[in-house]
Every structure is written in structure tokens, then in C-alpha cells.
Design a protein around this ligand. Structure first.
Ligand code: HEC
Length: 137
């Protein structure tokens, strides 16, 4: 005696569904990069961040003073350029050719940018407590 068709179909369906619902490996959620991955490597001699063109900056910016003067400073490209112009005007810093100067500025502004973490954004007025000095009507 042959099995009724519906049983055969049900068994086949069970196998098919079983195959489809096979557990896919769940992708791991992305994790924050290791601290070691984001900590820039520092030159042990000067403390300069060893990013692109750092040797140019070491050559240009350490003959007269410690690199600490550089690494403790922060600024935009414009601010760094202003410091360089000031040293050229007042401290006998020599002229750089434009390409070298561009690289120095890019290195400084990229690796020693204005430190956003030191300043917080202003509190939006809606979140401020009531002003006790506000004129009353
Ligand atoms: C020719 C010598 C000389 C060279 C080269 C030189 N500096 Fe200076 N720099 C000085 C002098 C002098 C001072 C003042 C030091 C002081 O005030 O004690 C100074 C001060 C600084 C300061 C501190 C400014 C401040 O407001 O306190 C920074 C930052 C600085 N230099 C960055 C640089 C950078 C970046 C370079 C490379 C592009 C560089 N220096 C190359 C002579 C030089």
C-alpha cells in the first residue's frame, strides 16, 4: 500500500523547511577599535607623532627648541602658519620652500589640531535653567 500523497508532501516540506531555517552564523556587531589601534606611534626621541611627513617636521622644527613646544601646541592650519610666520619674523626661522611648508602645515594641522575635547558646545537655550535676572513684567 502506498502512502497517501499528503504525508509524502508533509515529510518533504519538513525537510525543505528544515534546510531553509538552518541557523545562519550571526555577524558579530562591530566593536570599537582597540586602543592600541588608534594610539599614534610617537618618536621616542622627539615625541612627535610618526605620521606622514613627520621627519620633515622633525628636521624643520627641532633645531632651535624642543619638539615639546610643537607637540604641546594645537592649531588649525592657519594658526600653525601664523606661528611659523611669527618665528620667521622674530626668531630667525628660515624660509621654507612652498611645498615643504605645505607639508609641514598639513602635518601639524592634522596631528595637532585644535583640541575639540577641551571645549564643550554651548548649552542650547531650551536646556538652560530659568534666568533669575531676566526682567520681570
Ligand atoms: C630658527 C629657530 C627655530 C626653528 C627652526 C623653529 N622655531 Fe619655533 N620657536 C623659536 C623660538 C626662539 C621660539 C620662542 C621660544 C620661547 O618662547 O621660549 C619658538 C617658539 C615656538 C612655539 C611656541 C609658540 C608660543 O606661542 O608659545 C611653537 C609652537 C613653535 N615654536 C613651533 C615651531 C614649529 C612648528 C617649527 C617648525 C616649522 C619651529 N617652531 C621651528 C625658534 C624656532
Amino acid at each position: 500500500m502506498t502512502r497517501p500523497f499528503f504525508i509524502t508532501a508533509a515529510v518533504a516540506a519538513t525537510f525543505l523547511l528544515g534546510a531553509c531555517s538552518k541557523e545562519e552564523p550571526v555577524a558579530e556587531p562591530p566593536t570599537a577599535p582597540d586602543v592600541a589601534d588608534v594610539t599614534p606611534e610617537l618618536d621616542p626621541m622627539t615625541g612627535l607623532i610618526m605620521a606622514e611627513d613627520w621627519e620633515i617636521v622633525r628636521a624643520a622644527c627641532t633645531p632651535c627648541h624642543s619638539a615639546k613646544l610643537v607637540t604641546q601646541q594645537r592649531g588649525t592650519a592657519e594658526q600653525w602658519l601664523t606661528m611659523i610666520r611669527w618665528m620667521q619674523a622674530k626668531q630667525n626661522l628660515w624660509q621654507f620652500d612652498p611645498i615643504t611648508e605645505g607639508r609641514i602645515i598639513a602635518y601639524l594641522a592634522t596631528n595637532y589640531p585644535p583640541d575639540a575635547a577641551r571645549r564643550r558646545a554651548a548649552i542650547p537655550p531650551a536646556l538652560m535653567p530659568p534666568n533669575p535676572y531676566a526682567p520681570t513684567e
